[in-house]
Ligand binder design. Structure first.
Ligand code: NAD
Length: 292
């Protein structure tokens, strides 16, 4: 079993660090929040005084932080100067592709090996250990990271070179944002046309309108499997995080001159939703706004 540094013990990182401890690893955990550190301690991790203390002597350094600026700061101030030469650096946060590539290059310049490994799956999957990881880095770096990622997830996929994990993540979530909006507006229209919404689910989920947004995450209460819609859109994947990911996708699209009109519209709709009633709701709650 390995000594692992885990930095960023929030909604996602807390469950992930707990699963590494459960798998028998010696997890040195750090977060700026004392409450998060206490929870990690209860879950079997050893709270560290600061990031540097967590990193010293670790075979793997895992980060799960809010955004690119946090990742770059932690890498610059703590990880690059303090990580062991043989350590594998794994950033699981969702961040912009440009920062992910910069961090990988900076790690290389320090003689360190890094991968970007963002996740698909929310808080429940993080605590159940059923996340999907999409990994960017060399073949050798991927194999080293995979061992640790498998203790936190059900699928670990090598997406390509450094930054490819983040590229895969934002392309996936760009599809998800657009299909969720399309699913919600279809149900809103069906209701106005007097169609039984269960019938639309039964038909569309086995027809060409089928997508994960309808079959696994139906935005209508009482229809399909249990989803946040059945809990008044509480829990699940926050609309604010969907907005974050759409912005990252649009930023990446602009950087390579890609035309993404559906993502742009989905981004506008999520911005309106998050600035209003959707501030604390799951992303499928956008159906409330689309119904008017
Ligand atoms: P969160 O805000 O709950 O947790 C982030 C944690 O990082 C906080 O506990 C914060 O105190 C800590 N932190 C910030 N700066 C730090 C620093 N310098 N040193 C140590 N700790 C620091 O966020 P989350 O929901 O856990 O999400 C983490 C990442 O995972 C984000 O990039 C997010 O986009 C991504 N993600 C989240 C979900 C989800 O459903 N929540 C799903 C997929 C991906």
């Amino acid at each position: 079993m390995a000594r692992i540094a885990f930095i960023g013990l929030g909604n996602m990182g807390g469950g992930m660090a707990a699963n590494l401890a459960k798998a028998g690893h010696d997890v040195r955990a750090f977060d700026l929040s004392g409450e998060a550190l206490d929870k990690a301690k209860k879950a079997g991790c050893l709270p560290a005084e600061d990031a540097n203390a967590a990193i010293l002597g670790a075979e793997a350094v895992i980060t799960m932080l809010p955004a690119g600026r946090h990742v770059e700061a932690v890498y610059t101030d703590s990880i690059l100067p303090h990580a062991d030469a043989g350590a594998i650096l794994i950033d699981c946060s969702t961040i912009d592709v440009a920062t992910a590539r910069r961090v990988a290059v900076a790690a290389g310049a320090h003689g360190l090996t890094a991968v970007d490994a963002p996740v698909s799956g929310g808080i429940a999957a993080a605590s159940a250990g059923t996340l999907t990881f999409m990994v960017g880095g060399s073949e050798a770096a991927f194999s080293r990271a995979e061992t640790f990622l498998l203790d936190m997830g059900k699928a670990v996929i090598h997406a390509g070179a450094g930054g490819a994990g983040q590229a895969a993540k934002i392309c996936n979530n760009m599809m998800l944002g657009a299909t969720m909006v399309a699913t919600c507006e279809s149900f809103a229209l069906a209701e106005k046309l007097g169609l039984d919404l269960q019938k639309l689910y039964d038909i569309a989920s086995v027809s060409s309108g089928q997508s994960w947004s309808i079959t696994s995450y139906c935005p209508v209460p009482g229809v399909g499997p249990e989803t946040p819609a059945d809990r008044d859109y509480q829990g699940g994947f926050a609309a604010a995080l969907m907005l974050k990911d759409l912005k990252l996708a649009l930023e990446a699209a602009a950087s390579v001159d890609a035309d993404t009109p559906m993502a742009a519209r989905a981004g506008e709709l999520y911005e309106t939703f998050v600035n209003g009633e959707g501030a604390t709701l799951d992303f499928s709650g956008i159906i409330k706004m689309l119904k008017g």
